[in-house]
Design a protein around this ligand. Structure first.
Ligand SMILES: *Cc1c(COP(=O)(O)O)cnc(C)c1O
Length: 409
C-alpha cells in the first residue's frame, strides 16, 4: 500500500504489481470444452468453409442478437466492409470520431470517405443533432458506434436515416449481449457488426460477425465473404473473410463463458465504483442497470481541472506500477493520420472526452484485490495530483537538462 508520492514507481518506488495487469486480458474459458471442439473438428477434418462449428456459432450469435441472420467473419473490420460492398455504398459515411480507428479505416480502404461528427458529451455516442450537422447530399450512410457497449439512440437515428433515404448501420464491436430499451443490440439499422477479437469479451482469437434480419442482404454478405460463391451473386465478386472452425471453437467456448464473464465484469465495475466514489475529479462511465450490459470496459474519466493530474500523466504513472490501461479512444480518429491532414475538423465534445478517458483492467482474471490495489494508486495519484504533476515536471526538466546540458531550464 503506497502512502506518499515518493512511493510511486515513477518517482523510484517499487511497482505495485510484479506481473503486469492489463486491459483486454482474455477471459477464462473451459479449456476442455475448447479442446474437445478442436479435436472434433480435426477428427472430422472440416476446418473451414462454413463448417458445423461456424454454423453453430452463427446460430448462437443470431440468438443473442435477436435476429434471423448471422454471417461469421474473420474480423469486424472485414464485416463492416462486407456490408458497405453489399449495399453498394459510394461517397461519404457519417460516423463518430470517438471510436477505434478501424471503423474509419474500414470505410476508407474501400474508397469511401469517413465524415466525422461530434458525439453527445454525456453518452459518447452520436445522436441526431451531431449527425444532422454533417449530412450532405453526398452522404451514403450513417455508421453508429455503440461506444463501450452503450447503445446509440437507435430509434432516432433510424428515423433520420429513413427520412433521408440512406442506410444506417452499426459498429457493435463492444456491444455483444447488450440491450437498449429492452431490445438486444444486433437488430438495429440495416446490419450490426460484432467483433470477436482476442481482447473483446467474446473472443474467437480473431473474428467478427454481421447480423441482420434482412435475409437477402445476409445472403449477399455470405456470398461476398466467400469469393462470391453462393445463390446470391454480386457485381463486386467477393473476397475471403471467413471465420475458421478453430475460431468458431474458441468463439463457442467464449460464448459459453459470457454469462460468467458478464457477472464478474459487473462485480468488478461495482467495486471500482465503490473504491473511486467521491474521489473529486474522477467519475466512472455509467451503465443503465435496466438494460443488459456486458461491462467489458470500465471507463474512468479524469477532470484535470479538479485533480491537477491529467489522464496522460495518470496513465504513465499507472504503467510504471505495471497497471496497463488503455485510452479508449484517444487520440480520436479525426486527430489521427491520415484524417487529421486530409480533412481537418474540430469536434469539441469528442476532443474533451477523448482526452479524459481511461479504460482500467477488468475481466475474469482481475481479482477484487487487484482492483483495490489499482484504486489505491489512483486515489493517491489523484488526491496528490498537484504535487505529482509538479514533481513530474521537475523530473522531466532535469532529464532534459541531462540530455542537453547547454539548455537553460
Ligand atoms: C475492436 C474494434 C473494431 C475492430 O474489430 P476487429 O475484429 O479487430 O476487426 C472495430 N470497432 C471498434 C469500436 C472496436 O473496438
Amino acid at each position: 500500500m503506497k502512502r506518499s508520492v515518493s512511493d510511486l514507481a515513477v518517482f523510484g518506488g517499487r511497482p505495485e504489481f510484479l506481473n503486469p495487469i492489463l486491459v483486454g486480458q482474455p477471459n477464462n474459458i473451459d479449456r476442455r470444452r475448447f479442446f474437445d471442439r478442436m479435436n472434433w473438428a480435426l477428427d472430422n477434418q472440416w476446418l473451414s468453409n462454413g463448417g458445423p462449428l461456424v454454423q453453430e456459432f452463427e446460430e448462437r450469435v443470431a440468438d443473442l442478437a435477436g435476429v434471423r441472420n448471422c454471417v461469421a467473419t474473420c474480423n469486424a473490420t472485414a464485416a463492416l466492409q462486407l456490408y458497405a460492398r453489399a449495399a453498394r455504398l459510394t461517397g461519404e459515411i457519417v460516423m463518430p470520431s470517438m471510436t477505434f480507428v478501424a471503423t474509419a479505416h474500414a470505410m476508407r480502404w474501400l474508397g469511401l470517405k469517413p465524415v466525422f461528427c461530434d458525439v453527445d458529451p454525456d453518452t459518447g455516442c452520436i445522436g441526431v443533432p451531431q449527425v444532422e450537422a454533417v449530412l450532405t447530399e453526398r452522404t451514403a450512410a450513417i455508421l453508429g458506434v455503440h461506444l463501450w457497449g452503450r447503445a446509440c439512440p437507435v430509434d432516432e437515428l433510424e428515423k433520420v436515416a429513413a427520412d433521408r433515404g440512406i442506410p444506417l448501420f452499426f459498429d457493435a464491436a463492444h456491444a455483444i449481449g447488450c440491450s437498449t430499451s429492452g431490445r438486444p443490440v444486433g437488430g438495429f439499422g440495416a446490419v450490426e457488426v460484432f467483433s470477436f477479437h482476442a481482447t473483446k469479451v467474446v473472443s474467437a482469437f480473431e473474428g467478427g460477425a454481421v447480423v441482420t434480419d434482412d435475409d437477402e442482404l445476409a445472403g449477399q454478405i455470405r456470398a461476398l465473404h466467400n469469393f462470391g460463391i453462393g445463390p446470391y451473386g454480386h457485381e463486386a465478386g467477393g473476397t475471403n473473410a471467413k471465420l475458421s472452425e478453430a475460431g468458431a471453437a474458441m468463439g463457442l467456448t467464449s460464448l459459453d463463458a459470457l454469462p460468467e464473464a458478464t457477472r464478474r465484469n459487473e462485480e468488478n465495475y461495482d467495486l471500482y465504483r465503490a473504491e473511486l466514489d467521491e474521489l473529486p475529479g474522477v467519475s466512472l462511465v455509467e451503465f443503465d442497470r435496466r438494460e443488459r450490459n456486458n461491462y467489458q470496459y470500465v471507463i474512468v474519466k479524469i477532470d484535470e481541472s479538479v485533480t491537477g493530474i491529467g489522464r496522460d500523466l495518470l496513465q504513465e504513472l499507472l504503467a510504471a506500477e505495471k497497471i496497463v490501461t488503455k485510452r479508449y479512444f484517444s487520440p480520436a480518429c479525426h486527430e489521427l493520420a491520415p484524417y487529421a491532414t486530409e480533412n481537418p475538423v474540430e469536434l469539441p465534445h469528442t476532443e474533451n472526452l477523448a482526452r479524459s478517458v481511461l479504460a482500467v483492467p477488468t475481466g475474469t482474471r482481475t481479482t477484487a484485490e487487484d482492483i483495490r490495489r489499482v484504486c489505491g494508486v489512483i486515489r493517491l495519484a489523484v488526491t496528490e495530483g498537484r504535487t505529482v504533476r509538479e514533481r513530474w515536471r521537475r523530473r522531466e526538466n532535469a532529464e532534459h537538462a541531462l540530455a542537453d546540458p547547454g539548455r537553460v531550464v
